[in-house]
Design a protein around this ligand. Structure first.
Ligand code: G16
Length: 570
C-alpha cells in the first residue's frame, strides 16, 4: 500500500463534504462561498501532494484566495513549480477528488490518480513539498488548516507563508524550485521579491525626473500591507505612491466598491479615493494580481487605462528598446534572427486595442479563452510574449533566448548600452511566473518615467470603443457552452443566432455571452461605435438571456425585452 487509507479517511471525516455540492475547478481554481470550501481545501491539499510526488518532490504552491470576489467567498488555486497555474490536465483530478462522495470513494480517487499518473508513491526519496499562503479574508485561517490536514493525510510537508499576495506565492514557489540552478529566480521571501523589484526599478529610472504621486487603491486587501512594505524597501525618493483603501481589518470592506474589478466594470473611480483632474491613480484587486490605471481628464471625464492599454504600452516600449539595442536571437544553426514579439488577448479585449496592436505596432495577436492560465501558455510561444486580459491581469514573458540575448549583446553606442540596461532590468522587474499587480505597476511607472509620459499622453495611443460588461444571474450557468475562444456559444441551441441577429443592427457591434468561472453568474460583453449603442446592445442581450435562459431574482428594469422576431418591445 502506497499511502495510509485509514489516515486519509480519519482526517477526511474532520472535513465532511457538503451534501448536494458539485465542485468544479474553474477559471482560477475552486471559488465559492467560504462556508462550502472546507472539504475542498482538504482534498486540494491531497492533490498538491500527488502533484509534488509526480514531479519528483518539486514544491507546489497552494494559494487560498478569492481574488476579486466579495469577502464572503474564498477559493484555492494550485501553483506549478515555475509559478504557472496548475497543469490543465490535472484540473479533472481536482474536480474528481473534490466530488468524491464518501471516504472510500476519496481513497479510490487517490488510487486512480496514482495509477493514471504512474506515481511511485512508495518511493521514500521523493518527499512531497507544498507551500501555502492566503489573502486577508477572515475565512482564510480555517481553510489553511484544512489544506494542511490534506497534505498531512498523504504524508507531505507544508510550509505556511502566512499573508501574501497571490503573485508573492507564485514567485516564492518558482524561487524554491530553481534555487542553486542556473535558472535561480531569486530569494524565496517577500523581502527577496521586494529587493529584486526595487533594484530593477531603480536601474531603469536612475537619474530621471520622478513622476507625480500615484494614488493606489489597494481594494482593502493584502496588496495594501504588501505595497507599503515595498515602499519602505525602495524609499520615497525613488517612487511616490499614496495608498488608499488599505483597511484590511474592518469586515466587509474587501473589494467593496473599490479594487480593479469594480473600477473596470463600472468605469468609475473607487469609493475612498478623491480624484482630481490631473492626478494619477491605479487599483489593485483583492489579492494584488490585477492592475488598472485611470485619471480624470480636463473635461472631468473618467478615463480608464485597462489591461489592453498596459499591454500596448509594454509591447510598444519593449519593441522600441529592442530596436535601439539591435538585439537579435542566436539560432541553434549559428544564424541570427529578430526577436519574435507577440501579444495575447481574450474576447474581452477592446476592438480598438486589437486594431492598434495589429496595424500600428504591427505585432501578431493571438486570442485564447478567458483565464490567465490560457494566455500564459500562448505567450510562451514568443520571444517577448505580452499577455493581458482587459481586466488588468497579465504580464510579459521573455524566452530564454531573449534574456540570453539581452545579457550577451554588446552595445556600441551609449543609446544601445542604455537600451540593453533597460531590457535586462525589465526581465527582472516583470514577474515571469504570473500576472502581478505590483510588478506591472512598477513596469508601467518605469516606462512612463523613461518616456516622461502622463496618463493622458499614454492614453492617446488609441481611443477605446465604448464597451459594457454586465452580469446576469441565471439558475444554471453550466448550460452556457462557449466556443471559439469564448466569442460564441454552442449551447443553449439557438441563443447565438439571437445574439448575432441583434449585433448586426449596431455599428461596429460585437457582443458575446459566457459563464463566469469564478462567480455564479453569466457575463455579457458588448461593444459598439457609440456609448448609447453599446448600452442598448448590452441591455437587449441581457434581456434575451434573462428572459429565455433561466434568469433568477428580480429582473433588472434596464434589461430590454424582445419579441419572437427579435424586435425590442420594451
Ligand atoms: C481570475 C482569472 C482571470 C479571469 C478572472 C475572471 O482572476 O485568473 O484570468 O479573467 O478570474 O474570470 P471569469 O470571467 O471566468 O469569472 P482573479 O483576479 O479573480 O483571480
Amino acid at each position: 500500500m502506497s499511502f495510509d487509507p485509514a489516515l486519509v479517511s480519519s482526517l477526511s471525516l474532520k472535513h465532511p463534504r457538503p451534501h448536494n455540492a458539485n465542485f468544479v475547478y474553474g477559471t482560477a481554481g475552486f471559488r465559492m462561498k467560504a462556508e462550502l470550501l472546507d472539504s475542498v481545501m482538504f482534498r486540494v491539499g491531497i492533490l498538491a501532494v500527488l502533484r509534488s510526488k509526480k514531479l519528483g518532490g518539486k514544491v507546489i504552491g497552494a494559494m487560498i484566495t478569492a481574488s476579486h470576489n466579495p469577502e464572503q467567498d474564498n477559493g484555492i488555486k494550485l501553483v506549478e513549480p515555475l509559478g504557472e497555474m496548475l497543469l490543465q490536465s490535472w484540473e479533472g483530478y481536482a474536480t474528481r477528488l473534490a466530488n468524491a462522495a464518501t471516504e472510500a470513494d476519496l481513497v479510490q480517487a487517490i488510487n486512480e490518480i496514482i495509477a493514471a499518473e504512474q506515481i511511485d508513491f512508495g518511493k521514500l526519496s521523493t518527499k512531497a513539498n507544498v507551500v501555502c499562503a492566503r489573502d486577508t479574508r477572515p475565512s482564510g485561517e480555517a481553510l489553511v488548516a484544512a489544506v494542511k490536514d490534506g497534505v498531512a493525510a498523504l504524508g507531505g510537508s507544508i510550509v505556511d507563508y502566512g499573508f501574501k499576495t497571490t503573485p508573492h506565492l507564485h514567485y516564492i514557489t518558482r524561487c524554491l524550485n530553481t534555487q542553486g540552478t542556473p535558472d535561480a529566480y531569486g530569494v524565496p521571501t517577500e523581502e527577496g521579491y521586494n529587493d529584486k523589484l526595487a533594484a530593477a526599478f531603480k536601474t531603469i529610472t536612475a537619474g530621471l525626473p520622478r513622476l507625480s504621486t500615484l494614488h493606489l487603491d489597494a481594494a482593502n486587501g493584502i496588496g495594501a500591507p504588501a505595497f507599503k512594505k515595498f515602499l519602505e524597501t525602495i524609499g520615497s525618493e525613488h517612487l511616490s505612491v499614496h495608498i488608499v483603501n488599505d483597511d484590511i481589518h474592518s469586515k466587509g470592506k474587501l473589494n467593496s466598491k473599490c479594487g480593479a474589478d469594480f473600477v473596470k466594470l463600472y468605469q468609475t473611480k473607487p469609493e475612498g479615493l478623491d480624484l482630481a483632474p490631473g492626478q494619477r491613480a491605479a487599483s489593485f484587486d483583492g489579492d494584488a494580481d490585477r492592475l488598472v490605471y485611470y485619471y480624470i481628464d480636463d473635461n472631468g471625464t473618467f478615463k480608464l487605462l485597462d489591461g489592453d492599454k498596459i499591454a500596448t504600452l509594454a509591447a510598444g516600449f519593449i519593441m522600441e528598446q529592442v530596436r535601439i539595442a539591435k538585439v537579435q536571437i542566436h539560432k541553434p544553426d549559428g544564424t541570427k534572427a529578430p526577436l519574435h514579439v507577440g501579444l495575447v488577448q481574450t474576447a474581452y479585449a477592446n476592438g480598438s486595442s486589437t486594431s492598434y496592436v495589429k496595424n500600428t505596432l504591427q505585432v501578431p495577436v493571438v486570442f485564447t479563452q478567458t483565464g490567465v492560465k490560457h494566455l500564459h501558455h500562448a505567450a510562451e510561444h514568443f520571444d517577448v510574449g505580452v499577455y493581458f486580459e482587459a481586466n488588468g491581469h497579465g504580464t510579459v514573458l521573455f524566452s530564454k533566448e531573449a534574456t540570453h540575448a539581452f545579457k550577451t549583446t554588446q552595445g556600441s553606442t551609449p543609446e544601445e548600452h542604455r537600451a540593453l540596461e533597460i531590457l535586462r532590468a525589465l526581465a527582472d522587474l516583470i514577474n515571469q511566473s504570473v500576472g502581478d499587480a505590483t510588478s506591472d505597476l512598477l513596469m508601467v511607472e518605469a516606462i512612463l518615467t523613461v518616456k516622461q509620459l502622463s496618463l493622458s499622453g499614454w492614453d492617446k495611443a488609441y481611443a477605446d470603443l465604448p464597451s459594457r460588461q454586465e452580469k446576469v444571474l441565471v439558475a444554471q450557468r453550466s448550460i452556457f457552452k462557449p466556443i471559439n475562444a469564448d466569442t460564441e456559444l454552442a449551447e443553449p441551441l439557438g441563443l447565438q443566432d439571437k445574439i448575432n441577429q441583434q449585433v448586426q443592427k449596431f455599428n461596429k457591434g460585437r457582443c458575446f455571452v459566457r459563464p463566469s468561472g469564478t462567480e455564479d453568474i453569466v457575463r455579457v460583453y458588448a461593444e459598439a461605435e457609440t456609448r448609447d449603442e453599446t448600452e442598448t446592445l448590452s441591455q437587449i442581450v441581457c434581456g434575451i438571456v434573462f428572459d429565455g435562459y433561466g434568469g433568477v431574482g428580480e429582473r433588472p428594469a434596464k434589461f430590454k425585452k424582445v419579441d419572437a422576431a427579435g424586435n425590442v418591445v420594451a
